[in-house]
Write a protein that binds this ligand. Structure first.
Ligand code: SAM
Length: 269
């Protein structure tokens, strides 16, 4: 097997069995494990009888840690980086470290493994392949609206806290009342729950049931949305001497788009 200086190693998102043999081999083989929270990682290491020394890092000291890691690597030591759960760098710290190590031509590799978004996506009904992962959803209605508008053509996957999920679903319902959503709660754990349906039904379900644990959310693409090159259509209609107001009416009627948004684009085109 090819050897690297720095390994990104995914860890389970709940069920301790969800770690690969190779991940365990790498965690045993390296000289140092860089972990977000020593206590969390130590539980995993104890479970698999891994005795490797740990060094902590987190999103506020990533820059400082780089020199330490570079020194270790110069001494011929190999390092594995893990986060508390799932795939590092995916809504988890580590990106700054990887970027800097690559600048220093350090050999970096990543192992495949557990990830909450993919675990939900790979078990629900979907019509199309395309999806957008937006990480943790922003909080305000305007910000969520922005995301729904920007990615109307695509399924959207997001992380959310259990305290905010109801509010978020209500905002989604207000913006897109017919929308289909899915929620994955406590994936891979004993109280795992996956629910998919109309946003209204999913809200009703969670009104009746206590909402605890970790959550991944999914919003189906807007089926009324026609993926069309609006700028191109604007150009064609402008060349035919249609007025801005006429163009915005025609395109909004034809493609079910927001008239004002089109108008704005006409002025920019
Ligand atoms: N790096 C992780 C990954 O690869 O999925 C994500 C880390 S992020 C800090 C933690 C968020 O991921 C949680 O707040 C939740 O939204 C989601 N998550 C993690 N584990 C989960 C699980 N077992 N079930 C549902 N969502 C989970």
């Amino acid at each position: 097997m090819k050897e690297y200086d720095f390994y990104i190693v995914p860890t389970p998102i709940g069920n301790l069995g969800d770690i690969t043999n190779r991940a365990i081999d790498v965690l045993k083989m390296v000289d140092i494990i860089a972990c977000e929270d020593m206590r969390v990682t130590q539980k995993l290491l104890n479970h698999f009888d891994i005795k490797t020394k740990c060094v902590s890092y987190h999103k506020f000291n990533e820059k400082e840690r780089i020199n330490l890691f570079l020194n270790f690597i110069n001494e011929g030591k190999r390092i594995a980086l893990v986060s508390d759960a799932g795939t590092p760098l995916i809504c988890d710290p580590g990106a700054v470290i990887v970027q800097e190590l690559r600048k220093h031509n350090i050999s970096v590799t990543a192992l495949p493994g557990a990830n909450a978004a993919v675990t939900l996506l790979s078990q629900i009904s979907r019509k199309d392949e395309e999806f957008v992962f937006v990480g943790f959803l922003p909080k305000t209605q305007a910000q969520i609206e922005n995301i729904l508008n920007n990615y109307r053509y695509s399924d959207i996957v997001f992380y959310e806290s259990p305290n905010r999920l109801m509010k978020t679903l209500e905002i989604i319902r207000e913006l897109r009342p017919d929308c289909k959503v899915a929620v994955g709660r406590e994936l891979t754990k004993i109280f795992e729950e996956v629910l998919q349906g109309n946003v209204n039904d999913v809200i009703s379900h969670f009104r009746k049931n206590v909402l605890k644990g970790e959550i991944v959310g999914f919003i189906s693409r807007d089926e009324n949305f026609v993926n069309v090159d609006v700028k191109e259509k604007i150009k064609i209609l402008k060349n035919k001497n249609f007025k801005a107001k006429e163009i915005s009416i025609i395109l909004s009627e034809l493609y079910n788009l927001n008239k004002n948004e089109i108008y704005k684009q006409i002025l920019e085109t």
